[in-house]
Design a protein around this ligand. Structure first.
Ligand code: ZN
Length: 506
């Protein structure tokens, strides 16, 4: 019988080879959303489907399963090796439930739905997208049935993004959102307004682009292990910790659009660049979960990138690049503008408070699509009704409404809730970082981020997938997910900006 070390080498070889295929398909997907010409779509769909089904068949083969089981029973593996094997076995048991044919069908449908989404956006017509979305939903329902679930069919899909998350766990969190956020938003709404009109002057795109590169560099994003490009929908993707890409979009009439997308994706990318290269392709070389991923992006975007400390350093720099546009502006007015609270149509541009209603609306639609209470033909109507109910506004067209997100075209149902969870974890982690790094605020206002990045590397990045979200949060903060930290952060920040607690005048 071969010893555990020899078996582990086999495991490494096979698992990392499959990772090569997944990472190669990530390159093709990155290209599909950045540079690929339209006629390339069909062939690209085939190529992605072949790579996905090949990797999947390797990782679900009987031989690979037998190897994992033998390794899982071995007594003499190190702690990290044992964790990799345990997690790979978990993935194996789940992955083998889906046949290679199903994976291929899903990949082909992703390409078809994505293309339909792009065209529907060009036509600004949801009806053009609905039939391809319907096919995708049918596949996702099928997937939920194949994977199995105890409570709600949505649980089976949530598990892909957030291990262990269920409707039963999320409903109470979104109930807290519905109970605790509206009173704060209402107090903000009735306070003196914040001016952000200077964001909407004309900002030439080259100078916006250059400034975003300055910010990414200062954050610690390694341009020798990454690059920034343009895409329809900003995203980040990793092919290895040594090659992590970010994309963003430019709007010359809105300087906020590129800037905070870029910081957000930069936060994701710092996480991927911080994963241990020696664990390439293995569970301990992967992010903990999507909510933890999002905790990183949203911490950089909001807790850091929308703080007064941050702009004390960066405002003079951006003002230097845009002298005419910002001559009457100060770090303080810029900071207040960057935190304006107002119901709006586009999730990725929403303020930190109303943002969670954008997520809640998608969460409710996804649940209803999965349990059969909603058909794709009626999604537009449900969407607009949700915006009316929670935010008091109705999207003027589909591009600013139901067609704004790429996720459903990729078949990513169960993804959206992780955005809110990520913000809540971000508040918890940042509260802890401030406690453990007394000079953090001073560092940020001096444009120095290395202490924070080191703290994140040590507390979050280096563990890869070793701990599930709740467990990681417990290790860092002493508690699992705690919405209270977000409310403390929000009350303090917006109370200050909107002078909510100012003493009454006599
Ligand atoms: Zn994100």
């Amino acid at each position: 019988m071969p010893d555990a070390n020899a078996l582990y080498s086999q495991y490494l070889h096979q698992t990392q080879k499959a990772a090569d295929l997944y990472n190669a398909s990530a390159v093709l997907q990155w290209d599909q959303e950045t540079y690929m010409p339209p006629k390339g779509a069909e062939a690209r769909g085939r190529q992605l489907a072949t790579l996905a089904s090949t990797a999947h068949s390797w990782l679900t083969s009987e031989d690979y399963g037998a190897l994992l089981k033998e390794l899982a029973a071995a007594q003499d593996l190190g702690e990290e090796e044992a964790a990799n094997v345990r997690l790979s076995l978990e993935d194996y048991e789940k992955g083998k439930k889906l046949s290679p044919e199903f994976i291929e069908t899903l990949a082909m449908q992703q390409t078809a739905s994505f293309q339909a989404w792009v065209e529907a956006r060009e036509k600004n017509a949801y009806a053009h997208y609905a039939p391809e979305l319907e096919k995708m939903i049918a596949l996702k329902k099928q997937q939920a049935d194949i994977l199995g679930y105890e409570g709600h069919p949505y649980d089976a899909l949530l598990d892909d993004y957030e291990k262990g998350a269920t409707v039963a766990m999320l409903d109470p969190i979104f109930l807290l959102v519905q109970e605790q956020l509206p009173p704060l938003i209402e107090r903000v709404r009735s306070a003196t307004g914040v001016d952000d009109s200077f964001f909407y002057k004309h900002y030439p795109k080259e100078a916006q682009w250059a400034f975003s590169l300055d910010v990414l560099r200062a954050m610690g994003y390694d341009f020798d292990a990454g690059r920034q490009d343009l895409s329809e929908h900003p995203f980040s993707t990793s092919f290895a910790p040594t090659d992590v890409r970010v994309t963003t979009r430019v709007d010359e009439k809105n300087v906020a659009s590129l800037l905070w997308s870029s910081i957000h994706e930069g936060g994701h990318a710092l996480y991927e660049q911080g994963l241990p290269m020696q664990q390439y392709g293995l569970p301990l070389g992967q992010a903990a979960s999507l909510s933890i991923h999002e905790s990183q992006s949203r911490m950089w975007e909001n807790n850091v990138g929308r703080s007064l400390d941050f702009w004390e350093h960066f405002f003079p720099i951006i003002q230097g690049r845009f002298k005419d546009q910002l001559e009457d502006c100060s770090a303080e007015t810029w900071y207040r503008g960057a935190n304006k609270v107002e119901a709006s149509f586009i999730r990725t541009e929403a303020d930190e408070l109303t943002y969670h209603f954008h997520v809640l609306i998608r969460y409710e639609i996804e649940k209803a699509l999965l349990d059969g209470n909603l058909k794709s033909a009626d999604v537009r109507e449900a969407w607009n009704a949700g915006y009316e109910k929670y935010l008091g506004i109705t999207p003027p067209d589909d591009k600013q409404g139901v067609l704004q997100d790429v996720h459903w075209s990729h078949g990513s149902f169960g993804y959206f809730p992780t955005y809110s969870l990520g913000s809540f974890y971000a508040a918890q982690f940042f509260e802890k970082a401030l406690e453990e790094l007394p000079s953090l605020q001073g560092d940020i206002s001096a444009g120095k981020f290395d202490a924070l990045l080191t703290w994140l590397r040590e507390n979050v990045h280096r563990y890869g997938r070793r701990y599930r979200s709740e467990k990681l949060s417990e290790r860092i903060t002493g508690r699992g997910l705690d919405f209270g930290a977000f409310m403390r952060y929000a009350e303090a920040k917006y109370g200050g900006i909107y002078h909510l607690d100012a003493a009454p005048t006599t």
